[in-house]
Design a protein around this ligand. Structure first.
Ligand code: SF4
Length: 310
């Protein structure tokens, strides 16, 4: 079966990156809220990936287009500044380690000005790889991993089929940091619905404090048609939070989490309000921004539903 280039799902901070697919889909396709639920993992052949790197490097160095390369390569190359590259897809770290190392070596060789390589990683991926393997990847410019934590409450994690518990996620996060790779942990506001909001918020602040990531990104739950959680909502089994209730969750997480130094943001397009800053020093300013909007209670201050994205 030919490899199908996946659509781009990327963190906001990777907007200027080149998107290089190693896989399509997600190996851990069990999360009931996620657009990747039930997706079939496709592993892209190594030679195919090297061919794309060759086409990209040739185009950037000489403007020459190699025959047979995907048009998407040239579309991205035309605006790419050559500094950052994001490995697709939802858990690129699942790519078999010897081949993954080879991809990174090849990128370093063909694109020597590359400053940082990034990818999504599941906690399962980070636990499976050894510390020395992760360290090798770090030395090959794998500079940041985006890891979905989603919640720090065991009951919420169980209910959404995350497949790992808090202890395992803390272990995974610590291993990534120890390998010298920056860690960005993402959590989902509203994931516990109204019923589990309090425990979701407390647990999430607690696990973020325990992991103490370099970056933390808050997303807001979007009910994706076709997912089990969407069906549960349609059947009356899930009571989502209102937009303002999600902001109360964000406020509580910012107020109660304890970091040594973490850039926390809600810039992702799924959120109703963008807040960002470095914790702990920006805590008071971030809380004041949220309190101002919460006090006014004016929906026009929030991102309209039609402009929210995944
Ligand atoms: S949340 Fe992450 S691990 Fe779970 S299905 Fe989606 S992409 Fe995969």
């Amino acid at each position: 079966m030919p490899f199908n280039r996946p659509a781009v799902f990327r963190p906001p901070s990777e907007r200027r990156s080149y998107y290089l697919p190693l896989t399509s889909g997600c190996a851990n396709n069990s999360c009931t809220f996620c657009a990747f639920y039930g997706s079939r993992l496709q592993i892209r052949p190594l030679e195919d990936i090297k061919g794309e790197i060759d086409a990209l490097a040739t185009c950037k160095s000489s403007g020459i287009r190699l025959a047979g390369a995907d048009e998407a390569v040239y579309g991205m190359a035309s605006y790419w500044d050559g500094r950052r590259l994001f490995l697709q897809d939802a858990d690129a770290l699942v790519y078999p380690f010897p081949k993954l190392r080879e991809v990174l070596r090849y990128l370093n060789k063909k694109l020597p000005h590359l400053e940082r390589i990034a990818a999504y990683a599941t906690p399962q991926d980070a636990r499976r790889l050894s510390l020395s393997e992760l360290t090798e990847l770090s030395q090959l410019k794998l500079g940041i991993l985006y890891m979905g934590i989603e919640s720090g409450d065991e009951a919420v994690l169980n209910r959404v089929g995350k497949g790992v518990d808090c202890k395992q996620m803390i272990e995974a996060g610590n291993k990534v940091k120890k390998a010298g790779i920056a860690l960005s942990a993402t959590v989902i506001l509203g994931l516990g619905g109204a019923e589990m909001s309090r425990q979701h918020t407390a647990g999430t602040a607690s696990i973020l404090s325990d992991i103490d990531p370099d970056y933390a990104g808050a997303l807001t739950l979007t009910l994706v048609p076709g997912t089990p959680l969407h069906r549960r909502w349609q059947n009356g089994g899930f009571n989502p939070l209102s937009p303002f209730q999600t902001l109360y969750e964000l406020r509580e997480i910012i107020n109660t989490s304890r970091f040594s130094r973490c850039f926390l943001s809600s810039m992702h397009a799924s959120n109703y309000l963008s807040v960002r800053g470095t914790l702990p020093q920006d805590r008071a300013r971030m809380l004041a921004e949220l309190d101002d909007v919460l006090k006014k209670g004016d929906p026009s201050l929030l991102r309209p539903e039609s402009l929210r994205g995944l």
